[in-house]
Design a protein around this ligand. Structure first.
Ligand SMILES: NC(=O)c1ccc[n+]([C@@H]2O[C@H](COP(=O)([O-])OP(=O)(O)OC[C@H]3O[C@@H](n4cnc5c(N)ncnc54)[C@H](O)[C@@H]3O)[C@@H](O)[C@H]2O)c1
Length: 246
């Protein structure tokens, strides 16, 4: 198993890509801290992991709330004594054309998608530095590279988390810590339900593979990046989009 005993924290693991990532990590032998703002969904993911024989603990974590993150880190350290991987997956959208976008919409998406990544990584970095090892993975998006209609706030955060991993790759690489980002295209998850059906179909038509991604296809990439097979991958931005941008 590629992630045997690796202690992994996954934010936004209550559903969608985060849940698929938790399942994949457990399948590969990782010990998984399932974190989400929605406790019912945390419990559901933990149940699924335990059902398949995985080791998991659930935490109610709001990535904008440093106290909830600190409590989770304390819980993980008390139980497993180390942190090998942080997957900064939690993310939201609040779309509007720029001229109609409110400051609240802008600030909320920045708080969760950008500051949330800062908050969680800040909470694990000293532990990883002490260990002289660790992997930090950020959820970006092709929207972070190319922009998207109605997503000024979201695109800014997804470009921002790429800047973070490139900086961390430079700052932390010598300390045995790798940092990378994944840019999914459009993935079949509940986040898509917030977008107009017409837009989703248009995106699907543009993908050379003629379909959206399955959450597991993003999860597989996270698992590979977290594994020792990716031991020389640092500061990379990996597109998993079925070729939609070519
Ligand atoms: N689905 C896509 O097409 C797509 C494409 C590119 C990138 N992404 C990115 O991948 C990540 C996961 O996307 P998804 O489609 O699985 O989303 P999703 O909406 O299905 O799941 C997101 C999870 O994050 C949780 N969450 C929201 N705010 C939180 C907070 N403040 N603290 C902790 N948890 C919080 C939600 O409760 C939910 O369980 C996001 O960062 C998203 O931007 C998704």
């Amino acid at each position: 198993m590629r992630l045997e005993s690796k202690v992994s924290i996954i934010t936004g693991a209550g559903q969608g890509i985060g849940q698929a990532t938790a399942l994949k990590f457990a399948k590969e032998g990782a010990k998984v801290a399932v974190c989400d703002i929605n406790m019912e969904k945390v419990a559901e993911t933990v149940r699924l992991l335990k059902e398949m024989g995985g080791e998991a603990i659930g935490f109610k974590v709001d990535v904008t709330d440093k106290d909830s993150i600190a409590a989770m880190i304390q819980g993980v350290m008390a139980k497993w004594g180390r942190i090998d991987t942080l997957v900064n997956n939690a993310g939201i959208v609040q779309d509007a054309q720029f001229k109609k976008m409110s400051e609240d919409q802008f600030d909320r998406v920045i708080d969760v998608n950008l500051k949330g990544v800062y908050n969680c990584t800040k909470a694990v970095v000293d532990i990883m530095l002490q260990q002289n090892s660790g992997v930090i993975l950020n959820a970006s998006s092709i929207v972070g590279i190319y922009g998207n209609f109605g997503q000024t706030n979201y695109a800014a955060t997804k470009f921002g988390v790429i800047g973070m991993v490139k900086t961390w790759a430079r700052e932390l690489g010598r300390k045995g810590i790798r940092a990378n980002a994944i840019c999914p295209g459009f993935v079949e998850t509940p986040i898509l339900a917030t977008m107009p059906e017409k837009v989703v179909r248009m995106m699907e038509d543009r993908v050379p593979m003629g379909r959206l991604a399955r959450p597991e296809e993003i999860a597989n990439t996270y698992a590979w990046l977290a594994s020792d097979e990716a031991s020389y991958i640092n500061g990379a931005v990996i597109e998993v989009s079925g070729g939609v941008t070519i």
